[in-house]
Design a protein around this ligand. Sequence first.
Ligand code: SAM
Length: 226
Amino acid sequence: MASTPIAVSVLSPEQRRKQDETSDGLFYSRPRFVHHLDGAFRSRLTALYRERLQPDSVVLDLMSSWVSHLPEQVAYREVIGHGMNAEELEANPRLSRHWVQNLNEDQTLPLPSDSVDAALIVAGWQYLQQPERVAVDLLRVVRPGGQLIVAFSNRMFPSKAPLAWLESSDRDRLSSVARILLCQGWELDQLLSEDTRAEGPLGWLGGKGDPFFAVIARKAHGRGHG
Ligand SMILES: C[S@@+](CC[C@H](N)C(=O)[O-])C[C@H]1O[C@@H](n2cnc3c(N)ncnc32)[C@H](O)[C@@H]1O
């Protein structure tokens, strides 16, 4: 069996620090049945999924909650969910199964190698203190030719975001995610940086919604894991 490769370090120890260093388990112990992103962002994300995700594929929604933003009309073979709050994940109607794991304490995913067609992270990367290690293990579980979509906006729980994220511009965040993925062996497919239009009357008047950013990466076809 091949051993998991060591992650290439990109962030400094200082950049991994966050204001609230208590265990994330404490922060996520009570469920939050709220939307973390506005309707404009969510619609854009669902459209991207419709375009990018093949029906009947195995999808991993890493850092999920009670919603996965997948197009309602499309059936996937399996949607595996991961998050920090079991109640939220149990309430998510798209998930076939789920597990709870603090990725700031343990970055090894309990999934077989090459078993996932597409991995998704929405408004989650910003809380990772060891994103390089998570990216390495995601590269293991995604099948050759499969993809990873990391989507985010400019909102966050500031006390829980590592300084690397907290103190960066939107543009720097996009390039940081891309750089970390590239350094671990992912191939970059597309970078998206878009304004959205607010839903309803505000949008008719030209009001903007949450900005939409995404990094889409691929695992090379020839790259297997034993
Ligand atoms: C802002 S919510 C976004 C949830 C969901 N993806 C959505 O779009 O509604 C951030 C999520 O990141 C995940 N998360 C935060 N800190 C984490 C940690 N230390 N380990 C694993 N997951 C974490 C949790 O699942 C949490 O719900």
